[in-house]
Design a protein around this ligand. Structure first.
Ligand code: NAP
Length: 336
């Protein structure tokens, strides 16, 4: 069966996911677009899916008879309303992160999906589909013994002036929040944030770098350095220390050069290149599940837990140095 997909939000990632579905993946096609920016939607339609229809609103697109599944790639604050409408229509829905901009909003989605009785939502936490993280998870599960600590880093070369301190959590750390609990099969119980000396490349409204300390239910201690003006490249590091050994996230593949009396590897500079393959794999998973009328992969529950944890981390930024507890409600059986 070819899944007929409607895309809400035709900006950067909406265009890129459309390209994937139209040109890279099989099993689905784009039949509809909607965006408040009509010109943007028309441009994506013309470039990638000329036969698709354009709808005035996301709600009309979701209700259309010839749309089987939905991709929500609009501005984050609009995700909740579209995901709720997709659940109400009983249609599988891939939602880019964040699932909702508040934990209460994410909870409304969890409640709606639980009431519906079947999984319909996949959240765009694509790192779970990255080949390197999958190898790391296998090593954590099978090789290094009980995990004790994680040392991680999320570094960007620079960020624009609009990027302010809480965005280090909501836009940047959010990926570590999800992938580390998946890696450990564990949940967080507390967060703490400390700020080293500020980089002179940072902006007035951004404290950069910062160190986020998380503790899990099983007692694993995690430190994540978020440094978004590191200058030298886009660099994701993750080292898991276990009782019997330690495992590092593989570096992205690159040519090893001997030149000018130096041994060299290139470092990526654009975040879009770092997990490019994982976007293909996550959408292939979405299409495969949508063909069966359901969803797989990162769930609404994972989106909700990420929202609760993000809120705690932002509170920990505001209460610098203090330990902020994180408490989660009981996980509904739908997500076990
Ligand atoms: P973007 O380029 O700004 O695109 C968002 C699009 O949504 C714009 O065309 C915007 O129109 C449109 N929009 C705004 N309000 C809308 C509404 N009510 N209904 C329908 N469309 C609406 O942003 P982006 O970079 O593609 O990001 C989109 C989402 O994907 C964000 O939530 C972001 O966090 C997420 N994302 C995830 C990853 C990842 O690694 N998983 C990577 C990139 C982005 P206007 O331009 O007129 O406002």
């Amino acid at each position: 069966m070819t899944v007929r997909i409607g895309v809400i939000g035709t900006g950067m990632i909406g265009r890129d996911h459309t390209r994937r579905i139209q040109q890279v993946l099989s099993g689905a096609k784009i039949v509809a677009f909607s965006d408040v920016n009509l010109e943007g939607a028309k441009a994506v339609q013309a470039d990638l899916a000329p036969d698709a229809r354009i709808y005035a609103t996301g709600e009309e697109l979701i209700a259309a008879d010839d749309v089987d599944a939905i991709l929500v790639t609009s501005w984050g604050a609009t995700h909740e309303q579209y995901v709720l409408a997709a659940i109400a229509a009983g249609k599988p829905c891939f939602c880019e992160k964040p699932l909702a901009t508040t934990a209460a909003g994410a909870k409304r989605i969890v409640d709606a999906e639980v009431a519906h009785g079947k999984r319909l939502v996949q959240v765009g936490f694509m790192r779970r589909y990255d080949a390197g993280y999958r190898l790391l998870k296998k090593a954590v599960d099978e090789e290094i013994g009980t995990p004790l600590m994680i040392h991680a880093a999320h570094r960007n070369p620079s960020v624009p002036e609009q990027y302010v301190t809480p965005m280090a959590i909501h836009d940047t750390l959010i990926h570590e929040i999800d992938v580390l609990r998946w890696l450990l099969n564990d949940d967080y119980v507390s967060a703490q944030v400390v700020f080293p000396r500020k980089s002179s490349y940072s902006h007035a409204k951004l404290a950069d770098p910062q160190i986020v300390l998380l503790e899990t239910k099983k007692g694993v201690r995690i430190d994540v350095e978020v440094f978004v003006n590191c200058r030298y490249g886009y660099d994701i590091q993750c080292q898991v220390v276990g009782e019997e050994g330690l495992a590092n996230l593989p570096e992205p593949m690159s040519i090893v050069m001997r030149k000018g009396a130096k041994l060299q590897n290139a470092i990526l500079t654009d975040w879009k290149d770092r997990f490019i393959d994982s976007y293909d794999v996550e959408l292939a998973d979405f299409i495969a599940a949508a063909q069966k009328g359901t969803a797989a992969g990162p769930s609404s529950w994972d989106g909700y837990v990420a929202a609760i944890t993000s809120d705690a981390c932002v509170e920990a930024q505001e209460k610098t140095g203090q330990i902020v507890p994180i408490s989660l409600p009981e996980r509904p059986a739908l997500y076990n």
